[in-house]
Design a protein around this ligand. Sequence first.
Ligand code: AMO
Length: 429
Amino acid sequence: MTPRVPDRTLCTDLPAAEPGSTVRLQGWVHRRRELAQLTFLVVRDRTGLAQVVVRGEADVPPEETPVEVVGTATANPQAPGGIEVTEPTIRALSDDADTPPVELWRPTLNASLPTMLDHAAVTWRHPLQRAKWELAAASLKGFRTTLDAGGFTEVCSPKLVESATESGANVFTVDYFGRPAYLAQSPQFYKQVLVGVFERVYEVAPVFRAEPHDTVRHLAEYVSLDVELGFIEDHREVIACLRDVVAGMVAAVHEHAAPAVERLGLDVPVVPEEIPLLHFREALAIAGAPEDEPDLAPAHERALGEWAKAEHGSDFLVVEGYPTANRAFYSHPEPEDPHWSRSFDLIFRGVELVSGAQRLHRYDDYVRTLEERGYPYAPYASYVEAFRRGIPPHGGFAIGLERFVGRLTESPNIREVTLFPRDLHRLAP
Ligand code: AMO
């Protein structure tokens, strides 16, 4: 429970205050503008901005200092929302703040990305920056609400693990009491094993990828929204679940982040009832790629995004049936033609947002696949042996949170929507 701060008026509620009544604001000095006879003070709190007018001599702390303002609500058609605070008593709640590295009071920030990231603790205070994370927070709510309603159980799996899940190449190794361990690249093995307990699980957690590439869509740590469900017929059921989850995330953006959508002037996508779906082979042809290409390159995904928009008016597209050899070993091959897998990706505005698949669920299939791929058994033993204890047919997917918000806001670089990004060059702030 949030402790009740008596009599605090939030900035958004100021327009509803009775003119003449005493109000108490708490927030930061967003802007201090000294004129000859007056000082205008704009206070910023978690809900918005409010104008305070100080007549005559004023001792207003510098910008970004947290303050409490007690004064009179006064009608003024020129003030935001038609009400400002006059005759204020202003009390600094901390020491005077240093001059911020960027002018946060300006309607837009025109600092370079490195400056924004170096000073993230301050630059996130800008209303347009905050709005981006408000979208992320709303999306998380929608993810959880949709899955809770669908009978899923939220789980938390370990992030220190003994084997790589996605590929050996991009794992971070840590010293675990004198032996090597890895930071989890994904909760993949645990979510599958937990289908054996709960049937349907999801997890919201950071995952770690030692990505050697300095790209606009890769981070070394990102938030993975993982889902796994049992008793399925095939991957199409997983795709149907994914469709509902993404629709739930978009609905939650409307429901919980409407002011952020408005501030950013966003074009929020509509999730079609049936997301257009292509087989990998068709996708290659549409993207103009050679037919023996093993995967879709970013340029192919962009072309497919344009195709989905032009042909179906959709910001989303599912590609299924990637070549088995090119997907993770736990992916289920198509029984009729095992060259292709029951895997899929969801492309959102030309960028891969989700990977998923039906998984292998029989112990013997795992042993054979590990052997065929030349993987040692030992590092996978505790995972693979769970499949001797009765795991039903199952499948799942993972959504990259930062990719979702990045495409929602059509940001050129994923770092712009990440609170404190980690990449090849950045470990602080
Ligand atoms: P995959 O490795 O494709 O699949 O990751 C799933 C989704 O996570 C996001 N993503 C990233 N986001 C930011 N930086 C990165 N370095 C990065 N790498 C991936 C993308 C991607 O689509 N275990 C499987 C999922 C599953 O089958 O359930 C997996 O992790 O949005």
